[in-house]
Design a protein around this ligand. Structure first.
Ligand code: TMP
Ligand code: ASP
Length: 260
């Protein structure tokens, strides 16, 4: 598939057109930003890891029937994806209180939520991605009730599935953000963008050590090493890397009794 012209450049990714009007190439950069672009850095190797991790997650999600834009990974930094018009809403799903939830509402850091909490933010950098309600989404016709209910249901299924995947490798899925789009070909709503340590909060199960973009946001260091750790635990980091791994405690070994 030939890469044609640059259609859009975001903070962490670039979208290129292809020969097929319904398909585009999503390129993962090493750039990282936080706090609405106020903090910036280039983290060598981050794009490669996010490309691989997001491919793994999105292809696993398609296996359980969560339709998404991923067609296939093309190379270290690029994926072929379906062209969508992105719905201008960030869907945040939370299992444990941290980040903006604790700041906004004074909920104690680390509070385990009784059930997953879905929040909506308007995707608008100029306004600082403000939190919005279901009523805003319906009133301003960003989505209708059927579409919003379908996306909410998908968010909960994605959360369930990802919690399981991560729990199995000793990681707590604290929260994450997803985006959906409407396909150019038939206006169908599908999951788009990426799911990676840039868009999730992932804590080591035993130590609560942060293994995600909060390491960059909070200047904790070892950003790329943490992303590598996620990839390694997911069993998708096979290539040799010259970045020295950091030592994290091993996940608890579970003894499985064999039926005789
Ligand atoms: P928050 O606690 O800062 O609102 O973040 C909630 C989740 O959304 C967290 O997993 C990080 C993710 N997120 C993004 O992917 N992009 C963003 O621009 C922001 C602010 C958060
Ligand atoms: N996407 C945010 C930014 O605008 C960063 C974040 O993930 O916190 O820079």
């Amino acid at each position: 598939m030939k890469k044609r012209k640059k259609l859009y450049e975001g903070k962490a990714k670039i979208i290129y057109s292809t020969d097929d009007k319904n398909l585009v190439i999503q390129h993962f950069k090493d750039d990282a930003t936080a706090f609405n672009n106020q903090k910036r850095a280039t983290i060598e190797g981050k794009g490669i890891l996010n490309n691989r991790i997001s491919e793994h997650i999105l292809s696993s999600l398609s296996e359980i029937g969560i339709n998404n834009h991923l067609i296939k990974r093309l190379n270290m930094r690029e994926q072929l994806v379906e062209l969508v018009s992105i719905i201008p809403i960030e869907f945040v799903i939370r299992n444990i209180a941290t980040g903006s939830l604790t700041k906004r509402l004074g909920i104690e850091e680390g509070t385990i939520l009784d059930y997953p909490l879905i929040e909506y933010c308007l995707k608008n950098d100029k306004l600082g991605d403000p939190i919005i309600s279901r009523e805003h989404i319906l009133n301003f016709k960003w989505l209708n009730t059927i579409e919003l209910d379908l996306i909410n249901e998908q968010c909960l299924r994605i959360n369930d599935f990802l919690q399981g995947i991560f729990r199995g490798v000793g990681i707590k899925l604290v929260d994450f953000k997803v985006e959906f789009g409407k396909t150019k070909s038939n206006d169908k709503i599908i999951l788009a963008d990426e799911i990676s340590p840039d868009t999730c909060r992932l804590w080591d199960h035993q130590t609560d050590k942060k293994l995600d973009k909060d390491r960059f946001r909070k200047n904790l260091g070892n950003v790329v090493e943490s992303y590598q750790e996620i990839a390694r635990r997911l069993g998708i980091l096979h290539e040799q890397s010259n970045i020295r791994p950091i030592k994290f405690p091993k996940p608890i070994a579970v003894k499985i009794k064999k039926n005789k």
